[in-house]
Design a protein around this ligand. Structure first.
Ligand code: C3B
Length: 828
């Protein structure tokens, strides 16, 4: 470290927070002229964005350093959030807000000839995630920093995020998202942090001089993990935490033997292969695909992260048994479950800890969050593939399983079936490693993400484990969203209006303060301001639609939005069938009836996994309907159908504040929580939804008068499915009319939609026909109620006032208290 006589000098020249606008401007110009090597003559919006973000980033790094210094000296327990996805979106606006320098930057760039809005538009989304799970991780790390917990995220630095979606001839077309074209100012490469990671090879054991059996794993392929750090600034606090993303690099530039032998090409190919590990995000949401490269990604990321965490722990010179007092690790779904095995391996093979002591440390360190009950999403790795890639880990899994099954057998000696049911190894051909079971066995707490979901995992997929461990191991932590991005940034006017009534922006840190606006729900002046802001947001979205889709929509119409990944269980097909029903009804209306009808703009958006045929067919149908309906002069303003291409976080920030109604209409029991439902209501839109996921708790908070619920309950789903399988259930008559229209070619070639229709007329696994009448009834109610502007706006205000519970700050406090046992460290 630096000698004390030099320290004064360091302190004198140390980089400080901005004193004011001029300092920002000075830094901005310095970055334009030196970092970017540009000048006043060739500084465009992109260069200005880069310079401004460099200046902001420098300040984040100052706060980051201070925080890490503080956390190290305080020497308290930290939490590590392991997630294969962090769907961050753009960083600049959030960094300005959280660092409290929005005004300085805004007027600073204005003086220099730029508009802040134009600069913000230059930033590509960091789209390192698919949907809800990845965005939840992003909200969570924002909250961990904002509530002053010492916590890091660990993930992968994909070179290609989620693909970009274009619509060509009504179909989804994917193109790669190379988001790192221009250097990324929001990351700090840590080339000095390089960790060797091994795959393949073989295992060997021998007895050492102390008579102890030692296991070694050797002879495999090696790659290097390099760290990239992304500062995560908390809102209204000095705390700036870290998101560490790993990139894969070859260990040696070249295979020298091959290189010298003149085989230049294959030596380069080898080195390039290493880089493919972190090259691309798998584009499946709620679906497991079983590819070897995916397992490689998982191990690469988990091994690098644990190496880092263990190294940090070892610096404190504590005994191993204190590891769980210093470290909590949360597994975001089963994707990082290998961490359980890797930590056990480090402890027993590398550190010489006895098996039982090691296993005790492991289970006290990990917590596991389950995000889905869908069978097709549960990870299971074929044993042969696993053994080949990670031979030592496979051995350890067999041991873990053996000890676990012995324990179960002792507890329930007569239940042979139980052993087969709960074994980590599924006895199929080939055998499979059940990752969720491994995660449960390796963790001290297992949680679901909304009340219904947490109940369902206890009574269905993990039932046997409740029998074995008792109910206390299983709990609920309902998801949340960060109000910084999803209220203040996305909807600044609403945030300002609320602040003017609440007296400050404190509600962005304590969302329960929203309750203070409830008495204003019937105040005509407040209602007027509320409506004006909604109109403004609808106009902003309408302008976006004009630009991207090329047509106008009426901002006085009811904006009805369903944006999320396209999935049969999320039932966008039911929505578009409902739209067709509406279209047919309008066509049958008299002039008088048309005058009474409520005009609608039906807005869809979302990506389909590239290999998901049914989801792609749904997208095609939406676009086909849009083309016919929007061009039909009989319909006029009464109905417009919009598909917004390439739905992502930045588009969500424009779409969410503009809804009157948003749809969250999954088959009951299939959507674990949903989080966009929370975002829409927080922005004054009402929900049309099923009794599923967090819709249930939203209903409890906002009151059942302020939400439109419909459909069968989760408890009936199994019976209904059974009926479809074993008897002839008649198709809903309205749905039949819809299918007739499709089949008669109203929306183009009907052959395209054959399998989509037969999925409903056949087994109807997602119960579209069963719920259709109830859905139409709910829609009718929406149409009627929307006409009564006064009640509508008071419902909207009341709903927002009661959304405090859904802040991710609350969710993080619950995790910290009941799973992680970590405490905040204040920077003061
Ligand atoms: C999602 C679920 O589908 C959502 O209901 C839930 O709100 C979020 O996770 C966050 O908990 N999910 C996902 O996006 N990807 C998965 N593989 C599994 C669940």
């Amino acid at each position: 470290s630096i000698p004390s006589e030099s320290r004064q000098l360091w302190q004198k020249f140390g980089v400080k927070e901005f004193g004011g606008k001029e300092e920002f401007q000075q830094e901005f110009i310095r970055h334009v002229e030196t970092t970017l090597a540009r000048s006043i003559y060739n500084c465009d919006d992109l260069a200005a964005y880069q310079a401004a973000s460099q200046a902001i980033r420098d300040r984040l790094i100052v706060a980051w350093n201070k925080t890490q210094q503080k956390h190290t000296t305080k020497d308290r327990k930290r939490v590590y959030y392991l997630s294969l996805e962090f769907l961050m979106g753009r960083a600049m606006d959030n960094a300005m807000l959280n660092a409290g320098i929005k005004d300085i930057t805004k007027s600073g760039v204005a003086d220099l000839g730029f508009k802040i809005e134009d600069l913000l538009e230059q930033e590509p989304d960091a789209a390192l995630g698919n949907g809800g799970l990845g965005r939840l991780a992003a909200c969570f790390i924002d909250s961990i920093a904002s509530t002053n917990y010492p916590g890091w995220g660990y993930g992968l630095r994909y070179q290609y995020g989620i693909f970009k979606q274009r619509i060509v001839d009504g179909y989804q077309v994917e193109s790669p998202d190379y988001w790192l074209t221009f250097s990324n100012p929001w990351e700090i490469p840590r080339y000095e942090i390089q960790i060797d990671i091994m795959f393949y090879g073989y295992t060997r054991k021998y007895t050492n001089d102390d008579g102890k059996v030692v296991h070694v794993w050797e002879g495999g392929e090696q790659v290097q993990a390099v760290a990239y750090d992304v500062p995560v600034p908390g809102y209204g606090t000095e705390t700036t935490n870290n998101l560490r993303l790993w990139a894969s690099k070859p260990t040696r530039e070249f295979d020298f033997e091959k290189f010298n032998a003149g085989d230049y090409e294959s030596s380069v190919r080898e080195s390039q292969k290493a880089e493919t590990i972190s090259a691309v995000l798998y584009p499946n949401d709620n679906f497991y695909s079983g590819k070897e490269l995916r397992l490689k990604q998982q191990y690469f990321w988990v091994a690098a992260s644990l190496n880092d965490i263990v190294r940090r722990f070892k610096k404190t010179h504590r005994p191993w048994k204190e590891f769980p007092d210093q470290v909590a690790i949360q597994l975001n779904d089963t994707h990082p479950t290998l961490a359980v095995v890797e930590l056990q391996r480090i402890l027993i093979d590398m550190e010489g800890v006895e098996w039982d002591a090691a296993w005790n440390i492991v289970t006290n360190t990990f917590g596991y969050t389950n995000h889905t009950v869908l069978p097709e999403a549960l990870e299971k790795w074929p044993v042969p593939l696993f053994t080949n890639l990670l031979p030592r880990h496979m051995e350890i899994i067999y041991e873990i399983n053996l000890f676990f099954l012995q324990k179960v057998e002792k507890m329930f000696p007569k239940e042979r079936d139980l052993l087969a049911r709960v074994s980590i190894i599924e006895e199929s051909t080939p055998q499979q490693v059940r990752m969720a079971y491994l995660a449960i066995i390796g963790s001290h707490k297992v949680n679901g993400v909304a009340e219904l979901h947490s109940e369902l995992i206890k009574t269905t997929i993990f039932k046997d484990f409740v029998t074995i461990y008792g109910p206390d191991k299983f709990m609920n932590v309902t998801n949340g969203i960060t109000p910084r991005r999803w209220l203040h940034q996305a909807n600044p006017k609403l945030s300002d209006l609320i602040a003017s009534k609440v007296g400050s922006y404190d509600f962005l840190k304590d969302l329960n303060l929203l309750k203070k606006i409830e008495p204003l729900a019937h105040d005509p002046k407040f209602q007027d301001e509320w409506v004006t802001i909604k109109k403004f947001n609808k106009a902003r979205l309408a302008a976006h639609i004009k630009q991207s889709n090329g047509f106008e929509v009426n901002v006085n119409a009811l904006f009805d939005v369903q944006v999320k990944r396209i999935h049969e269980y999320k039932r966008q097909q039911m929505n578009i069938f409902g739209v067709i029903h509406r279209y047919l009804s309008i066509k049958a209306m008299t002039k008088e009836e048309k005058k009474e009808a409520t005009p609608r703009v039906c807005i869809f958006g979302g990506k389909s996994a590239p290999g998901y045929y049914m989801a792609k067919t749904i997208i095609k149908l939406i676009n086909a309907v849009s083309e016919v309906v929007n061009a039909d002069a009989d319909v006029g303003d009464l109905l417009k159908v919009v598909f917004i291409a390439d739905y992502n976080v930045s588009k969500a920030e424009i779409i969410v504040p503009a809804s009157d109604i948003s749809q969250h209409i999954s088959t009951a029991g299939t959507e674990a929580s949903g989080t966009s439902n929370m975002k829409f209501v927080l922005n004054g839109g009402l929900i049309l939804g099923t009794v599923d996921g967090a819709n249930i708790e939203i209903t409890r908070e906002v009151g059942e008068n302020n939400i439109f619920l419909f459909g069968h309950l989760a408890e009936s789903v199994e019976d209904l499915r059974h009926k479809h399988r074993f008897s002839d259930v008649p198709l809903d008559p309205n749905l039949e009319k819809v299918f007739n229209a499709i089949e008669s070619g109203t929306f183009g070639d009907p052959n395209i939609y054959v399998s989509l229709i037969s999925s409903v007329t056949g087994s109807d696994y997602y119960l579209v026909s069963d719920d259709f009448q109830s859905y139409l009834d709910a829609q009718k109610l929406v149409d009627q109620d929307f006409k009564n502007k006064d009640t509508w706006v008071s419902r909207s205000i009341t709903a927002v006032a009661n959304m405090g519970f859904f802040s991710s700050d609350r969710a993080i406090d619950e995790y910290a208290e009941s799973i992680w046992n970590v405490e905040p460290i204040s920077m003061e």
